[in-house]
Design a protein around this ligand. Sequence first.
Ligand code: PMP
Length: 401
Amino acid sequence: MHLSNRASKISEEPFFIALNLPPGVLRLTGGEPDFPSATFVLEAASRAMTDGQTHYTAPAGIIPLRQGIARKLKEENKLSYDPNEIVVTPGSSGAVGLALLAMIDPGEEVLLPDPAWFHYATLVELAGGIPKRVALDVKDGFTIHASSIEKAASQKSKALILNSPSNPMGRVFSRSELEEVAGAAERLSLTVLSDEIYEKIVYPPHSHVSIGSLSGMRDRTIVVNGFSKGYALMGWRVGYAAAPIEISRKLESLLGYTLVCAGSVSQYAALEAIQNPKSREYTRKMVEAWTRRRDIVMRHVYENSTVVSANPPEGTFYGWVDVSGSGLDGKHAASLALEKAKVGVMPGNLFGEGGRNHVRISFATSDDIVEEGMKRFCNVLTVASKVNNDNRKLTHVEQIK
Ligand code: PMP
């Protein structure tokens, strides 16, 4: 069967790695909360089903949900949107894909951090655009600078994708970094696509700031968020984009033509999640568990500092671990961990060239699995590093001879 160039170019690797781990492997690969959706949300969804909410909805979603999202954005993010400027999508992934279709013409460039969630570059290419990486430096703690954005940009650059808290780095960009980004976006006339899906998973003293709330940014920002991470509604597939009306109307049409609407029952589940005050406590409990597991990851990192290093994650449930001390790159470290220690981690090169010395470790799994997985991972790297050192010494002796 004929296959388009577009489809042939798509890499299956990330899904293959995460989804095809053999049984018995300790999985530190998960990109989703390891908690079920809250019971009060399940009950609301069940009520919606028996009430007959099983039809298509308007493409942009049910009005009470769009009103609830507008209220949430105002109260939690200091963002002011009319419910008409909010488009509910099948997951925040849906919002990212549609926003790129709305912003980019073929041949135009989209700036995105290196490293960044691997979907972005592929989605940019599917929209006909060219991904241009903005290098973030490990030596600089992955700080984002206006100068790096300006260096990567050209006349063809139209948009910048920002993701804070960020997958895979676990960074939460500070207000002053965001002000730098905003300044660069203004000077370069870029639209900012701000993916804030991890906003509720932030560890003190860090706090989430939406770049759209900075002065002058509302009209050049598309805010993307959703219910998968902070409310544990991942399989329900509900996300949203908030943008000035001329963009949100187009997003609505693009959604109507491609995916029609987010699932109706799922939208009622999301409505309950956003309205019910119990959600706050539910999220707090999840973040409490991830804080504990983040500390387990960091304890192992500190105890094995000759082979691994990492900054404590400021947000998300990912550790971004530099393995170069072991003499291996991220890809080799990940395959060795799988083969010798039965531990699955994501190789950092999937997230961009800048991630080649890293692996992403997800701690969205039980304390015991994080503990045992990190122990085995660090052990396997320690052994590999000894073998590397011995080989190096041998080669050195040969050279002297
Ligand atoms: N953005 C980022 C940075 C993510 O890591 C993910 C999920 N891994 C998503 C968006 C997509 O989430 P969803 O489509 O479930 O809302």
